[in-house]
Design a protein around this ligand. Structure first.
Ligand code: MG
Length: 389
């Protein structure tokens, strides 16, 4: 029997901030890109939501809705760190885990649980384990198909567990508006409305020929999903070969030669590379820097180190020293594009530590240092515009 379990953390960024600073527990808090300026709310605690604070709301409106709101400047690396701990816990319950987003995952329970009842007790066990080890709340949804399991989670929010068995789609699934389905955006929603299709049930009952005429192949799949026949598999690590290299590059708004500004851009690229390295559980031996100058000449400089490493701070220092070398050799050259990559991966040497161990605190401290390096170079705007989207 196909059994899919979906886990979604509740108010994830806000909950992580409350774990790190327990004096915020139970209070209306909101995480935003920056406390001042025209920033918007990324996530808010349920206490804040109860007072009308919503994701995407500008800060001034959130303050208006809830004058006692406590604003916290978001730090993506903290959330990524907790995300990795969550994924590691989930991997104890199934060898097939798909990290769907930073705070969401699908578990394939086929062959692990014999029926939905068993999956339900496993779901409670997962909730309890995450709560005990990380102090974080989550909601679990269970069904026989991925998209239905995700809908079940949204019905169980917050801190709940919801099961939609295939023979009960009429009660919990078909009554919902079509927009609850992943992949049905606003324009599709409008197009369906014109066809008098409003609920998932309407979609399940619609003649497939009408749907195909209007949406092509997608029309067929939409009906299948409405019928609870989502054929998509849980895409776990075992299905994807690990990457051989990880790199990020960016073309600058203007060609520049200023060392400080180039370093700041590099620091941003390093943080992106480091995040992906962490997600893959890899450590690198080789760093390569790519520089394209204003005459479109491109060079790649690689450096291989003795041992494997996975620290972001060291990765930045090493990359910056490669960049410094290039700038010293080409002091008058303006840079058009800059990129940084890592390769020579080792996957085995990487061990996840439980949070709040000494190592974990050190990791968080390292990421804090990197944050301060960025601040010193005054490139916050570059980070803010990108780091949280
Ligand atoms: Mg969530």
């Amino acid at each position: 029997m196909n059994i899919i379990l979906h886990v979604d953390m509740d108010a994830f960024f806000a909950s992580v901030e409350q774990v790190i600073n327990p004096s915020l527990l139970g209070k209306p808090i909101a995480v935003c890109g920056a406390i001042e300026g025209r920033s918007i709310i990324t996530t808010s605690s349920y206490a804040a939501r109860a007072r009308g604070v919503k994701t995407g709301m500008p800060i001034y409106l959130a303050r208006k809705a809830c004058p006692s709101i406590i604003l916290v400047e978001g730090d993506h690396r903290k959330y990524l760190y907790y995300s990795m701990q969550i994924m590691n816990i989930l991997k104890r319950f199934s060898d097939r885990v798909e990290a769907y987003s930073i705070d969401e995952a699908f578990l394939d329970l086929k062959g692990i649980c014999k029926d939905l009842e068993e999956a339900k007790s496993l779901g409670y066990k997962i909730k309890k384990t995450i709560r005990q080890e990380l102090k974080l709340p989550c909601t679990v949804g269970i069904s026989q198909a991925k998209i239905v399991a995700k809908v079940a989670t949204s019905l169980g929010k917050p801190d709940g567990l919801f099961v939609i068995p295939k023979n009960e789609l009429d009660r919990h699934y078909w009554t919902l508006p079509v927009k609850e389905l992943v992949g049905i955006g606003q324009s599709t929603e409008v197009a369906l409305k014109i066809m008098n299709i409003n609920t998932i049930g309407d979609l399940a009952n619609a003649p497939v020929t009408d749907l195909i005429r209007r949406f092509g192949k997608n029309g067929y799949w939409m009906k299948q999903i409405a019928l609870g026949n989502d054929p998509s598999e849980v895409v776990h690590d075992g299905l994807q070969p690990p990457p051989k290299s990880i790199s990020h590059s960016t073309t600058l708004d203007q060609d520049i030669k200023d060392r400080g500004r180039l370093r700041a851009v590099l620091s941003y690229l390093v943080s992106k590379v480091a995040q992906r390295m962490w997600v893959h559980g890899a450590s690198y031996r080789t760093i390569y820097l790519v520089v394209r100058d204003s005459s479109f000449k491109t060079v790649s400089i690689a450096r291989t180190y003795d041992g494997h490493d996975r620290g972001e701070a060291l990765l930045f220092l090493r990359s910056a020293s490669i960049l410094d070398g290039w700038i010293n050799d080409n002091p008058a050259t303006k840079v058009r594009l800059i990129g940084i990559g890592i390769s020579g991966f080792n996957y085995g040497a990487y061990q996840m530590e439980l949070p709040l161990s000494r190592q974990a605190r050190q990791d968080l401290a390292v990421t804090d240092i990197v944050t301060r390096v960025r601040r010193r170079f005054g490139q916050n705007s570059i980070l803010r515009a990108n780091a949280l989207v």
